[in-house]
Write a protein that binds this ligand. Structure first.
Ligand code: NAD
Length: 498
């Protein structure tokens, strides 16, 4: 193994020279498949300098031309979809069809960004005073940085940079060091799409590179997606340095199953939402709140399905669920299962210790199902980020809603019911950023915006959609008069329209 994943600065590969490297695994076999260069502050500085220089010309490029790069980039993503999905699967482990879906979701943000001439249009008011007109515009910020998690190496960066770049900013991506190849691939495709060098740079690295970006005066905005403690650190450090920051954190998404719900539909929904992508999704459902007598039927229906999940390498078309991303992450997930047992939850299906023939060193764990989980338990309070579903019993709707509203996270929540009144009450009152009604993973489309509430997000703007345009631009209002004839002289009172 001597493949090295480097950085991308000014339209070309920049060989990492820090002397620090991270291992990039193939989670399906457990083998190290490459090493990734971890950038130091000097390398980050080089990228920022280049991005700042490129901002001068890119910000002055007509939005129509910027949009055309997005059109071309979208076409390249579509034409290369199968190969791109293989890159995601080989480093993350998720099944190929799931990887493809995540790229398509990212592609939709590229489509949205191709409409940027319309999205940047300001507003104009004639005659705000005698002979005076007023108009507003949105202008780009400068050098923006994106720091992204391992679980969506394609989609999450694409929540950020298409909007940022289309708005006229330059962008530095710091991908997760677990699956860094996709960042470089996107840089290559953007170049092929006609993006000028230096508008999109990639620095690979760990917290040293992140902190160098956060501390750099010329980085004016930071978009982050990852775990809550890091999101909070990014938000506090970045805003203390007067940067704009949007930092999306962890989750513990609940799905309420009312007694009147279609139980087969709810079971299907839970299988996909809890075990898809091995639970490594910020929108994964990790808690099912069974209301009234829904619990027994749900457990009866779920347990045989969890036991018979088809687990295997992500590139096997038969697999429904792939491995976890690293051995360390698998150990963490399995330790949580141990804690759940110690704390008194009923372990219905135990996924620990799974060994796959021919893939004995892969980072696999089976699907796990707990019943009678209570709100004091660590498996209820903390984000496990693995294929572990906890069923909590609630006596009625009010108890279920209270659980969700009291939880520290507020990313997504769903309700399965046939009662429109209950569903409406839930959608209206629940303290959550993204809500599903008979939809288990209510991921908004590109033209809406993605983000949670409470400790699932720090900052004011959700990602992509109009929220993204607002985040990546500054608002300016211009008031103008072209005086002809009489001059009024100095006026010492607040000008009004009268
Ligand atoms: P992570 O927080 O460990 O890492 C995210 C990024 O931060 C990476 O690029 C990493 O290099 C960097 N980083 C890690 N530790 C750091 C530190 N101490 N200082 C500075 N930077 C640091 O997250 P992860 O394990 O890659 O991803 C999983 C997490 O992301 C889960 O908590 C999941 O819920 C969350 N996530 C949230 C959303 C959302 O929309 N809210 C979406 C996807 C993932």
């Amino acid at each position: 193994m001597d493949r090295q994943i480097n950085h991308w600065i000014d339209g070309k590969v920049e060989i990492g020279e820090s002397g620090h490297y991270g291992d990039v695994f193939d989670p399906s076999t457990g083998m190290v498949q490459a090493k990734v260069s971890l950038a130091n502050a000097d390398e980050v500085n080089k990228a920022v300098k280049n991005s700042l220089k490129s901002f001068e010309t890119w910000s002055a490029t007509p939005p129509l031309k910027r949009a055309r790069v997005m059109f071309k980039f979208r076409e390249l993503l579509e034409n290369n979809l199968k190969d791109l999905a293989k890159i995601v699967t080989s480093e993350h482990g998720k099944i190929l069809t799931d990887a493809e879906g995540s790229i398509i979701r990212g592609m939709e943000v590229v489509e949205f960004s191709a409409g940027i001439p319309h999205l940047l249009k300001g507003e104009y008011t004639e005659q705000v005073g005698n002979g005076i007109d007023s108009w507003s515009t949105r202008q780009p910020l400068g050098v923006c940085a994106g720091i992204t998690p391992f679980n969506f190496p394609a989609m999450v960066p694409m929540w950020m940079f298409p909007v940022a770049i289309a708005c006229g900013n330059t962008f530095i991506l710091k991908p997760s060091e677990r699956d860094p190849s996709f960042g470089i691939k996107m840089a290559e495709l953007l170049k092929e799409a006609g993006l000028p060098d230096g508008v999109f740079n990639v620095v690979n690295g760990d917290k040293e590179a992140v902190n160098a970006l956060l501390n750099h005066d010329d980085v004016v905005a930071v978009s982050f997606v990852g775990s809550t403690p890091v999101a909070e650190h990014i938000y506090k450090t970045g805003t203390a340095k007067n940067k704009r920051v949007q930092a999306l954190g962890g989750a513990k998404n609940h799905m309420v199953v009312m007694p009147d719900a279609d139980m087969d539909q709810a079971t299907d929904a839970l299988m996909g939402a809890a075990y898809g992508s091995a639970g490594e999704r910020c929108m994964a459902v990790s808690v099912a709140v069974a209301v009234g007598n829904a619990g027994d039927e749900l457990i009866d229906k779920l347990s045989p399905r969890v036991r018979s999940l088809k687990i295997g390498p992500g590139n096997d078309p038969e697999s429904e669920m792939g491995p976890l991303v690293t051995d360390a992450h698998r150990s963490k997930v399995e330790a949580f299962i141990g804690k759940g047992v110690e704390e008194g939850a009923a372990l219905i299906v135990d996924g620990r210790g799974l060994k796959l023939q021919g893939y004995e060193n892969g980072f696999y764990t089976g699907g796990t199902l707990f019943d009678n989980v209570t709100k004091e338990m660590s498996i209820y309070r903390e984000e496990i980020f693995g294929p572990v579903l906890s069923v909590v019993r609630a006596r009625n709707y009010a108890e279920a809603a209270e659980l969700i509203n009291e939880h520290e996270f507020g990313n997504g929540a769903a309700i399965f019911t046939q009662d429109g009144d209950v569903a409406r009450e839930f959608s209206n009152k629940v303290k959550i950023g993204m809500v599903g009604v008979n939809v288990p993973i209510p991921v908004p489309l590109a033209f809406h915006s993605f983000g949670g509430w409470k400790r699932s997000m720090f900052g004011d703007h959700h990602m992509h959609g109009l929220e993204g345009v607002r985040f990546y631009t500054r608002y300016k209002v211009i008031t103008s008069r072209w005086p002809t004839g009489i001059r009024e002289g100095a006026n010492f009172v607040m000008p009004t329209t009268d």
